[in-house]
Design a protein around this ligand. Sequence first.
Ligand code: OSB
Ligand code: MG
Length: 370
Amino acid sequence: MKVEKIVLRKMRMSLKFPFTTSFGTQQVRDFILVEAHTPDLVGYGECVVSGQPFYSEETVGTAWHMLEDFLVPKIFEQGDIAHPDQVSELFAPIRRNNMAKSALDAAYWDLYAKEQGIPLAKALGGTKDKIEVGVSLGIEKDINDLFRNVEKHLELGYRRMKIKIAPGKDVQVIRALRERFGSIPMMADANSAYTLADIETLRQLDEFDLMMIEQPLAHDDIIDHATLQKALKTPICLDESIHSYEDARKAIELGSTRIINIKVGRIGGLSETKRIHDLCQQHGIPVWCGGMLESGIGRAHNVAVTALPNFTLPGDTAGSSRYWEEDIISPWVEVDAEGMITVPDAPGIGFAPDREKIEKFTTASKVVTR
Ligand code: OSB
Ligand code: MG
C-alpha cells in the first residue's frame, strides 16, 4: 500500500443524550480520526479515545502524542506495508497505547480491502451477511426514563438490552425491569464498580437470568473475577480487563470469563481482533463487539468485524441515529425491524465518509507526508 500521506484529525461531536456509566457522564465525544492516503484511495480509522481517562488511561491528548511522535513516524520509516497485519507487528515494541495503535491498524485494513476491491468484512474472514445487534443503555436518575428507553429499543427491534449498573442502581433496577418487561434478553454492565466485598449484591443478580454480567470487578483484574465466576451462575463477560490475545488466553485459562466483549480499540486493532476471535472460538467462548459511542467510521469497522463467525451474541453496535443528529458517513448504519444490520458489500468499510461532515466536526488536524 503506497501511503503517501497520513492525516490526523481531532474531532468533536455531540451525542443526542447524556450517557452515564459507573465512571461518569459523557455527552461530548472527543476522538481522533486517521486517514491513510494513497494516490487513489483513502483508508479510514477511528481512534476511540475520549477526552478523559476514565474508561481507560488513553485520552485524545495521549493518543495524539503517540500517533504524531511515534506511530506515524514508525509507519513511514518502514518501507512498503503489503498487509495490514504488519502494522500491529511494527507497533509491538511500543507498550500499550492500544487505541492509538488501533486507529492506524483500522485505516490500513480499510485501505487494504479497498485496494483488493472487497468488503472489509470479507477481507477479515467474515462469513455473515447480517449481524445481530443490541443496545447499551446508560444509568438514569429516574427509572421511568430507563423504562421508556428499554421500551423504545424493544420496539425498534434491538435484540438485547444492556443495562448499566452501579452500587445502589443494581438489583432493584434489574428487578424492576424484569417485572415490567418479563424475560427479554438482558445483561448488565458494571464498568468495574464492584469488589469481592460486594459478592452478596452480585449473587442477588443471579436470580434474574441475565445473559451475562460485564466487567463487575476492577478494570485490571482477572484473579478476583475467577473467584467471583465460581460463586455465580451468570456468565461473567470481561471488557476493560482484556487488552490483548495474551490477556484473553490467561483469563480463559483462569476461568475469569465465559464471554468476551471485543472492542477493536481496547485490544489494538483488527488483526488482534481476529486472533482473539479465533482463540475464543477454539475454547467455546462466545464473543461480541463492544462499542465506544463511535462515529460512523468506527461503527462501520465494528459492523465488519462482527461478520466473523464467533461473534455469536448481539453487540453494542446500535444504529447511527441512536447517537447522532448528523453522522460522518453515508448511508448511516441502520438497524432493521428485526434488530439486524446488513453488512455492506462495497469495498472497504463500505460506508462512504461524508467529507463535508468530517470537516464540520474537525477541531484540529495534522498532515504528515512520507
Ligand atoms: O463499557 O461498554 C462499555 C461506552 C463508553 C465506554 C465504555 C462502554 C460504553 C458502552 C456504550 O457501553 C456502547 C455503545 O453504545 O457504543
Ligand atoms: Mg463495558
